[in-house]
Design a protein around this ligand. Structure first.
Ligand code: TRP
Length: 339
């Protein structure tokens, strides 16, 4: 039977976020907001990367709870389970099944060049496990299982998407065409929100100083307080100059909340003081996050509905993933009739 043309032509997008802690304003403006925009035009897969999370020791019940919470937050931001496939990675066993094949097609040398591995092993010197080392292979499987074309990620993940391309090309060359070669998709606007306390480093959920980041679930008063304390400089003038990292970061946040460019919004603040910039930025953040927070609370109270969305998402994801695993298993010489 012929499918409608739009269905056939839609490109596939996949991305994921680790459920390691609460998501920040940086995750929203840099990633989630784009996920929502992209679901209209692409066949979209958005997953909660719980298998990636255990490269660092996690509390089991917290991990389970947080994975569900992140999925609810995806929905609260506007990801619609009718339009996108929303799922939790560990619910789709094909990720682990493809992983072994891809480990056997990845070189130790490639993995030891990954900057995230170097950073994380320095940070967790007491638990440099093999999973931490092979983590980019699992990420490659996440992408290749769904034959994804575009991967919306932050700049820090670009190296992993490039490795995914190398692994996929190598496999295709050795065994014949099996995987789509993906491309990183790095959004131009609002992609990099920096720490409020150290505006030269990225806003991070693992920042030990909570004043450095705004959590997506922070109460309005907390948001106001954190922005009031944000580091600026002593120049006193509001201009869009990236060298003046603190002021530039506040302008970036304000602009991204309104969906405008920094140049457009900077003019609004000509002659104003930093206090005004901070208050108006806080207003913009609060009015953007408040409806998301309300919807998030509502979804978490609807346990049955959420459970159904999660099960359906896993089924939908598996239906696609199993096709790829069958193909790849057959290519390497495994019998795949059982799958
Ligand atoms: N590694 C990503 C991160 O730490 C999360 C992730 C896991 C991911 N699998 C993915 C992102 C697949 C894009 C595609 O941020």
């Amino acid at each position: 039977m012929e499918q409608p043309i739009t269905q056939v032509q839609k490109k596939t997008v996949l991305s994921g976020i680790q459920p390691t802690s609460r998501l920040t304003l940086g995750n929203y403006l840099g990633a989630l907001k784009n996920f929502v925009a992209m679901q209209e035009d692409y066949d979209s897969y958005y997953m909660v990367a719980d298998m990636h999370a255990i490269t660092v020791r996690q509390n089991a019940s917290e991990l389970r709870k947080r994975s569900i919470e992140i999925l609810a937050l995806y929905m609260a931001c506007g990801l619609d389970p009718e339009k996108s496939t929303l799922f939790i990675q560990s619910h789709v066993p094909e990720h682990a099944m493809l992983n072994w094949l891809m480990c056997c097609n990845t070189y130790m040398g490639e993995l030891s060049r990954m900057t995230q591995f170097k950073d994380k092993s320095a940070k967790h010197a007491d638990n440099i496990n093999a999973g931490l080392f092979t983590y980019p292979v699992l990420m490659a499987c996440d992408i290749l299982l769904y034959q994804a074309n575009y991967i919306p990620v932050g700049a820090d993940q670009k190296q992993h998407v490039e490795l995914t391309r190398d692994i996929a090309e190598r496999f295709n060359k050795a065994y014949g065409d099996t995987f789509t070669i993906p491309e990183p998709f790095i959004p131009k606007v609002g992609a990099r929100i920096m720490s409020l306390q150290d505006p030269t480093s990225k806003m991070s959920k693992s920042d030990p100083n909570p004043n450095g980041y705004i959590s997506m679930l922070d109460e309005p008063e907390v948001i106001v307080k954190k922005l009031k304390r944000a580091v600026t400089d002593s120049e006193g003038e509001i201009t869009p100059n990236p060298e003046r990292a603190g002021v530039y970061n506040l302008l970036s946040i304000y602009s991204a909340c309104l969906g405008k460019t920094i140049e457009e919004t900077a003019a609004e603040f000509a002659g104003e003081n930093y206090g005004t910039l901070k208050t108006r930025t806080a207003d913009a953040v609060v009015s953007m996050l408040e409806p998301i927070q309300a919807e998030y609370k509502r979804l978490l109270s609807e346990k049955d509905y959420l459970g159904e969305v999660i099960r359906n998402g896993a089924d939908k994801a598996r239906a696609r993933a199993v096709k790829t695993v069958r193909k790849a298993y057959h290519k390497v010489g495994f019998d795949s009739y059982k799958l």
